[in-house]
Design a protein around this ligand. Structure first.
Ligand code: LCS
Length: 393
């Protein structure tokens, strides 16, 4: 079914379907490593890009392609490349766009390994980097140099919930021929479409909202233009970071309910954020949906909702945070986010432990920060669970 002119929810359910034989309602799992050519000429044509046939699953697979086509449509891009993990998406993009003597400007607060792999590994290959608070556009302007190749933004950031104005940041970057990459994991295309706002590349850890059921790890990269798509895809194929067909099947299944999961999670998150903000033991709460969030207006402008990630700090600091984390029962004390189940975790010692203390301080990730991923359970149960854990402080 051609879903190009259909609404977002129709695309979620129908985009990227692929079945050539029995008309199955969902794309089957093509659990195969390789594909037989019809003839020697057909094989040669596939390799030369003159025929569309599948060759080898690292290069492409029908189940994976169905998911990729759906993501490209949902993000309004030319094409998508599915990867084995979100970090495979991040590192494939870095590998494709950076090199000896090139410079990247990156949000200071990003998922820990997305920053640490630059500092620890890409620096060994002669890549230069500057980490700035990209929510402050003047810092982006000042950081761009003659050799800057990439502006890498996470918005909202993990875990400090800062927003960057994608449209304005892209304008600044494009004046200097800098490629804009946005990690859209915290929003999903249901809430935010970076390519429509001017970015060149968008990526996701699909482990999170896209799959939504905490049962796979995966990633995807979507490029606005054909040349960029081909460049990134070729890099991923050489690195061998492809998504497995079974992983693609599960992720595509999860994707179909993205809107209704996001709606429920967000409605729950708003209530949890309001509960936390009113709690006498809470010092601060960061949730883009709260009027107190410093970029609430920008969130309303560039997002169609506020997602379900909340960061907060308790008056009793880290010790109080540990009491809450050790006493919740419904919320799991676990990293990851964006699934149907509520999770709580401590970034400084968990997801962002790979960053140095100085880097965490620069990024605003205080030791007392607790991160809460609100799921789709009955919201009264989530709040009651938090409430009894807070009472133990
Ligand atoms: N980008 C963002 C914004 C992320 O939050 C993560 C993982 C990644 C990329 C990497 O994706 P992965 O390879 O794990 O699929 N974030 C995690 C987190 O906050 N807790 O556990 C993983």
């Amino acid at each position: 079914m051609n879903t190009k002119d259909k609404g977002f929810n129709t695309k979620l359910v129908h985009a990227g379907a692929y079945d050539d034989v029995f008309g199955s309602a969902v794309t089957p799992i093509y659990q195969t490593s390789t594909f037989a050519f019809k003839s020697a000429q057909h094989g040669a044509d596939c390799f030369a890009g003159k025929s569309d046939g599948f060759i080898y699953t690292r290069i492409g697979n029908p189940t994976t392609k169905a998911f990729e086509d759906a993501m490209a449509e949902l993000e309004n891009g030319f094409g998508a490349t599915a990867t084995s993990s979100g970090m495979s998406a991040v590192s494939s993009v870095y590998m494709a766009l950076l090199g000896m003597g090139k410079h990247i400007v990156c949000s200071a607060s990003v998922y820990g390994p997305s920053r640490s792999i630059l500092e620890r590994d890409f620096s060994r290959y002669g890549v230069e980097m500057t980490f700035v608070d990209t929510s402050d556009l003047s810092q982006i302007k000042n950081a761009i140099k003659d050799n800057t190749a990439v502006l890498y933004i996470e918005t909202p950031t993990n875990p400090t919930m800062q927003l960057t104005d994608i449209e304005e940041a892209s304008k600044i970057a494009h004046e200097h021929d800098v490629t804009v990459v946005v990690d859209n994991t915290f929003s999903s295309p249901y809430l935010q479409k970076p390519l429509d706002l001017g970015a060149d590349v968008v990526l996701h850890s699909v482990t999170k909202y896209i799959n939504g059921h905490a049962d796979i790890v995966g990633g995807v990269i979507i490029a606005k233009e054909e040349v960029m798509h081909k460049k990134i895809r070729a890099q991923m194929v050489y690195l061998g970071g492809n998504m497995d067909p079974h992983q693609a099947f599960l992720t595509h299944r999860g994707l179909k309910t993205l809107s209704i999961r996001m709606e429920r999670a967000e409605a729950n998150a708003m209530k949890v954020a309001e509960y936390l903000e009113a709690h006498p033991k809470v010092e601060w709460v960061l949730y883009p949906g709260l009027k107190s969030h410093p970029q609430h207006e920008l969130a309303k402008k560039q997002m169609n909702g506020f997602s379900s990630m909340i960061s907060f700090g308790l008056k009793g600091g880290l010790e109080a945070g540990k009491i809450v984390m050790n006493n919740v029962h419904l919320a799991a004390l676990a990293v990851s986010l964006g699934g149907v189940e509520t999770l709580i975790q401590h970034p400084a010692s968990m997801t962002h432990a790979s960053m140095s203390k100085e880097a965490r301080e620069q990024a605003g990730i205080s030791d007392g920060l607790v991160r809460f991923s609100v799921g789709i359970e009955t919201v009264e149960d989530i709040i009651e669970d938090l409430d009894q854990a807070m009472a133990k402080i």
